[in-house]
Ligand binder design. Sequence first.
Ligand SMILES: C[S@@+](CC[C@H](N)C(=O)[O-])C[C@H]1O[C@@H](n2cnc3c(N)ncnc32)[C@H](O)[C@@H]1O
Length: 368
Amino acid sequence: MHPDPQKLPVYPPLFIVKFFNLIRRKMVRISRRFTHPGVVMLEHMQNLWLLGSISVVNELGIADILKNGPQSVSGLAAQTGTLADPLYRVMRLLASEGIFRELNDRKFENTRYSRPMMDGELKHFIRHTLNPLQFRIFGEMMHSLKTGNRTTELFFQEGAFEHMGGSEELGEMYNRAMTNTSRMQVAAILSAFDFSGYSKIVDIGGGQGFFLSAILSGYPASTGILFDLGTVFSDPRKLPDPAVFGGRLNIVPGSFFDFVPPGGDLYTMKNILHGWDDRKCVEILTNINKVMAENGKIMIIESVVGEPNKASWGAMTDIFMMAGLGGRERTAEEFRSLIEAAGLKMESIRETVSPLSLIIAVPRVSRL
Ligand SMILES: C[S@@+](CC[C@H](N)C(=O)[O-])C[C@H]1O[C@@H](n2cnc3c(N)ncnc32)[C@H](O)[C@@H]1O
């Protein structure tokens, strides 16, 4: 079943989110100032054990099992084919961090911080990010530092997307992971940009179409093209139902290195450029620039790496991109250079309540 884009989370306005993020960061800094620096480092290191625990409990589907109320650890072990004692120790650690709550007699219940592990929430993104291969990749990250290449080439030679596309199971996990995060990101994007006035929206690398469906649901005068590799479209049950959009949504398989559907007045690209090096990004942008409508726009939706020495979502995911894909997150100036190298100009950058910003590129010289 394709997820329902109507059921999107509702976020507070950007200024409120920014204010509370500022307070949150200040409080972390204050708390660190009163902590021995060695303890701060040890606490960072403990995250490895915490992440291993999140990974296995997510894989076992414990949050889904607990959806109807508390259960004993022996019941959870019986339902998941695990041993009660090690499962208890892992659950105890998670509960000590607020992920699940431990009740009497080794019973556990969900909390608001365990619910993201449920199906339909972030379950598949957690699987994608914390599966056993990821732990091996990050154990070998020195490879990227010595060669400048992605660490994943130690584990498979073909590109990451070919690798995932070649396995039904991996492809499925990846596409569902992207749809999981899209659900959180799309509400933020829709509240930051008015899509009315764009009659033909092409979502480049649009995955299983969650973002485009959400746009078309909110803007009935627009039509859309979902463009991605053919392997992403192999199971029609995972894609938007064309009947719902009455012919307004078309699916075109292909590679953006070969061609891009022509004539769009808005080309959206969410989480695409960060997967590629600068040369490939310029190739993708140039391919769009060649075929977009005369008054067309490109909306690049990515994290923008912020100022040095400040907590930055982009600086974090940059390492994931470096090791996994050989890609990178970019600063505003780096985006400007890419855009100009493709014969375009950067019109604006707009923040959203999510870590993603909307970077708008337009033809350098108006072709009207
Ligand atoms: C990080 S995902 C982003 C998916 C979606 N835009 C989102 O934000 O959820 C990258 C997408 O690029 C697609 N992709 C990778 N290589 C591609 C290519 N050569 N041509 C078209 N799409 C490609 C992948 O299949 C995947 O759906």
